[in-house]
Design a protein around this ligand. Structure first.
Ligand SMILES: Cc1ncc(COP(=O)(O)O)c(C=O)c1O
Length: 440
């Protein structure tokens, strides 16, 4: 027996006009009912259940196919059900899954070394390209982006205390963040995520947070002071609407951090790990703006939970045994998959494919503001495979997302596809996006 899918207002209009009406089987309805009855309702999910995926596509339990142009929100860099990831996971799961961090395992040191060596080879974290030194930076593995940021903030706090003591200063504990930034939802990460929608219900949050405006050069001196221990910023804001920090501003920010002895943290959880075509979004920027710490997560193990803090030896030195920890972070399983994924992403052919896709995506995206000048901002946001469209009417994005889903494409507004997405898939996404904006 099949039932008609219940969809809200505008999506229903689109369904009746341009897409076959999906149906809900009893098995799917039973799963939706379990969700409603037992899952904490912190997400407003559409009424279908995803069952499997291949490459850039996912399928629901009725067999409907969707182009996943959000790659699980910038996570599935190698697409769904990648054979190499599947094999690595199965092999390592059958060998050693978890050991706790009380013992060494085979994969955490290898993944840490790969992260540091690739950063040195490409240039990032203050290393000029092709640096080849043993060590120079350290890695702490966590289970998520939020935890990576918590770790980074804790490290910066400790560095701040050391520096305050050395300088005979009373207090160096304040943290600077920026409007539109997103750093996670634990109390510390949430405290530097300034969106009132996320923060207000949980206030009071951490004290001592100063909020600045991205790319505001004039405000830096007052914002970052001798009391600042850390500055956290995304070089390209993801959740905040794909806003790119200007190079000039990042250089000035680094200079100001150096002047007052603050630790500069780049949250590259969404924009890092080859999303812009290079290992880090900041790799191609002048070394004068590089951070002390980079945080990463999402695509590192292609969907298996992992996060990491990568930090220069100069700031790492404060962290000694017992100062930070985790039960699951850095497990042999997560790190084996991470090592496989990172090795594949670092191959020259992946970089070439990302560059070619980027050129094509640019060309296709550029058509849209010309076709819809009354609806879209004239310029496309972001770079590489982290792109966004600015809508002039704030009610339009939600409608377009719903419409596109009914036409079989996930998230056509924040474009963060798999890094191996192909050109016909780009065409599908942009064609559907154009249709949906036309439908407005
Ligand atoms: C830039 C950025 N930082 C932090 C996070 C939090 O990461 P996680 O959801 O893995 O905890 C996200 C998640 O979207 C993010 O985009």
């Amino acid at each position: 027996m099949h039932r008609t899918l219940r969809v809200p207002g505008l999506a229903r209009r689109a369904l009746s006009s341009s897409a076959a009406t999906p149906s809900i089987t009893p098995k799917t309805q039973a799963l939706l009912d379990l969700s409603e009855n037992y899952l904490l309702p912190v997400y407003a999910r559409p009424s279908f259940v995803l069952s499997h995926g291949v490459g850039s596509y996912v399928y629901d339990t009725s067999g409907k196919r969707y182009l996943d142009f959000s790659a699980g929100i910038a996570v599935n860099a190698l697409g769904h059900a990648d054979q190499g990831v599947v094999e690595t996971l199965a092999k390592q799961a059958g060998k050693l899954l978890h050991t706790s961090n009380v013992y060494h395992n085979e994969w955490a040191p290898q993944l840490a070394a790969l992260l540091v060596q690739l950063t040195q080879r490409e240039g990032g974290l203050g290393f000029t390209p092709n640096t080849s030194v043993v060590g120079g930076a350290k890695v702490f593995f966590s289970n998520s982006g939020t935890e990576a940021n918590e770790g980074a903030l804790k490290i910066a706090r400790k560095v701040g205390k050391d520096r305050a003591k050395d300088a005979g200063v009373d207090s160096k504990t304040r943290i600077v963040c920026f409007e539109g930034g997103f750093h996670g939802r634990s109390m510390g990460a949430l405290s530097v995520t300034t969106n009132p929608k996320y923060q207000a219900p949980f206030a009071p949050l951490l004290p001592g947070i100063d909020v600045g405006t991205l790319n505001d050069l004039a405000g830096l001196e007052k914002l970052v002071t001798g009391e600042t221990c850390a500055v956290i910023v995304e070089p390209i804001q993801g959740e905040g609407g794909i806003n790119v920090a200007s190079t000039e501003w990042l250089v000035a920010l680094r200079k100001r951090c150096d002047a007052v002895g603050a630790v500069l943290i780049f949250d590259e959880i969404q924009c890092g790990l080859y999303r812009t075509g290079t290992l880090w979004a900041h790799s191609t920027l002048p070394v004068e703006c590089h951070p002390d710490i980079v945080t990463m997560a999402k695509p590192l193990a292609n969907g298996y939970p992992i996060g990491a803090v990568l930090l220069r030896d100069g700031v790492a030195a404060t962290m000694t045994a017992g100062t930070h920890g985790t039960t699951f972070g850095g497990s042999p399983l997560a790190c084996a998959i991470g090592h496989h994924v990172l090795s594949r992403l670092a191959e020259a052919k992946t970089g070439q494919q990302i560059a070619a896709t980027n050129v094509y995506l640019n060309k296709r995206l550029a058509e849209l503001p010309t076709r819809f000048p009354g609806v879209l901002e004239p310029t496309i946001r972001g770079r590489g495979l982290i792109r966004g469209l600015g809508f002039l009417d704030p009610t339009h994005p939600g409608i377009v997302v719903d419409l596109a889903r009914t036409k079989g494409v996930f998230n056509v507004l924040r474009l963060v596809p798999s890094l191996n997405v192909n050109l016909p898939e780009v065409d599908t996404a942009i064609d559907v996006l154009g249709e949906c904006i036309g439908d407005l």
